[in-house]
Design a binder for this molecule. Structure first.
Ligand code: GMT
Length: 375
């Protein structure tokens, strides 16, 4: 199939999932066209059947806001015609599903029909999309998509609760390429980061408010009072600076390393002992899955789709949002004892097998085939 993928090309989970999906589909013989404003971060290598088409939005002083949706829908029309793209898979309702619908209508006028598959990732529904300013457009775009998927059962239920949805929503969980997380393939340089006796605790995110960054630091603060430990903070975002200040105030600057955005997540996870994700909500928690695939147990909140990913008492522990005391207790239970840690590491990796890309990607392929057959 010739598939156009529209996503946010940034470090966010939706862009990562869309990119990994496109790459795997290309390996399975499909012709993949990424259409977005920048080359997606994990799309390092373009190949015979992986293409990238950049959406340009010319700066014009008359426009207070440059009309990205317009530029995107025009680009979609051009690319569908030029490359014979048969189906558009858009990740994130705003504005991708909306722009795709406009492209579909424009193409219809020229006698071309291109169906749209929309994947909901979470923030487009729970945090942004349900805002009254966007709600009518999001509801419309979802209902007009030919097929709709969500990355967890929890997100599906949120979508049905928050919007008037008339379309069937199929849950297709996020996935992981387990080969990329094989310790044998990674050059694990633990000694560069910590002393032999120190446990390494890691947090990876885009440092937005929803991630509850202060809770990451508070839990780590409690951990390092009990056992030797280091904290790796990976990512960039608005909450990073306040986090650096909090670390300074707590007097633990020598134990916390801010690494910024990284394309070498597997290398960092390779020397990590525990992953912290105390978010206010997560529709899925891809970062937690990546940690587990690298045999890193997870201490997370119990919100959204996290209980579908992290199994309490097996791959890590779940706690109510903000319960620093319980998160600390559980983290120490895992970290204090070598044998307990070793068992949780095995379990975490085992749990990640449920999300093996070889199991999940065929589900998208089946949805594409069904959608095309229905047109
Ligand atoms: O979590 C973020 O801030 C990024 C966001 C995104 O839009 O990329 O992530 C969302 O989609 C990911 C991929 O499906 C999920 O793993 C994240 O849980 C979800 N984030 C939230 O729901 C807050």
């Amino acid at each position: 199939m010739k598939i156009g993928i529209v996503c946010y090309p940034t470090f966010g989970g939706s862009g990562v999932v869309a990119t990994e999906l496109g790459l795997e589909l290309s390996k399975r013989g499909h012709d993949i066209h990424f259409i977005t404003y920048k080359q997606p971060v994990r799309l390092e290598l373009l190949s015979k059947n992986v293409h990238f088409h950049e959406v340009h939005v010319p700066e014009y002083p008359l426009f207070h806001y440059q009309p990205y949706e317009l530029a995107l829908s025009s680009k979609l029309v051009d690319m569908v015609k030029l490359h014979g793209i048969e189906l558009l898979h858009v990740h994130y309702a705003i504005p991708h599903a909306y722009a795709a619908y406009m492209a579909q209508q424009m193409l219809k006028d020229e006698g071309i029909y291109v169906p749209i598959v929309t994947t909901l990732h979470g923030t487009d529904i729970t945090l942004v999309g349900s805002h009254p300013f966007y709600k009518p457009a999001v509801t419309f775009s979802i209902n007009k998509s030919n097929a709709v998927t969500s990355v967890s059962e929890s997100l599906k239920q949120d979508t049905l609760r928050l919007f008037n949805i008339k379309k069937e929503i199929e849950v297709v969980p996020n996935f992981i390429d387990l080969e990329k997380h094989q310790p044998n393939f990674t050059d694990c340089q633990r000694s560069m980061m910590a002393l032999e006796e120190e446990r390494i605790v890691t947090h990876i995110s885009n440092f937005r408010e929803v991630k509850n960054i202060p809770d990451v630091i508070k839990v780590f603060y409690n951990i390092q009072r009990e056992i030797p430990a280091k904290l790796m903070m990976v990512g960039e975002g608005p909450e990073k600076e306040p986090a650096e200040i909090l670390v300074e105030e707590l007097g633990i600057s020598d134990k916390v390393v801010f690494l910024g955005n990284s394309n070498e997540i597997d290398r960092i996870l390779c020397f990590s002992d525990l992953f912290l994700l105390p978010s206010e909500t997560e529709s899925f928690g891809l970062a937690a899955l990546e940690a587990m695939a690298s045999s890193v147990p997870v201490i997370s909140s119990d919100r959204g789709g996290l209980p579908e990913v992290n199994k309490n008492g097996f791959s890590g522990y779940l706690s109510p949002v903000g319960n620093i005391k319980e998160m600390t207790k559980n983290a120490l239970e895992i970290l204090k004892d070598d044998d307990v840690l070793a068992q949780f590491k095995i379990n975490a990796q085992k749990q990640s097998l449920n999300f093996d890309l070889h199991k999940i990607v065929p589900k998208y392929e089946a949805i594409y085939k069904e959608t095309l057959a229905d047109c």
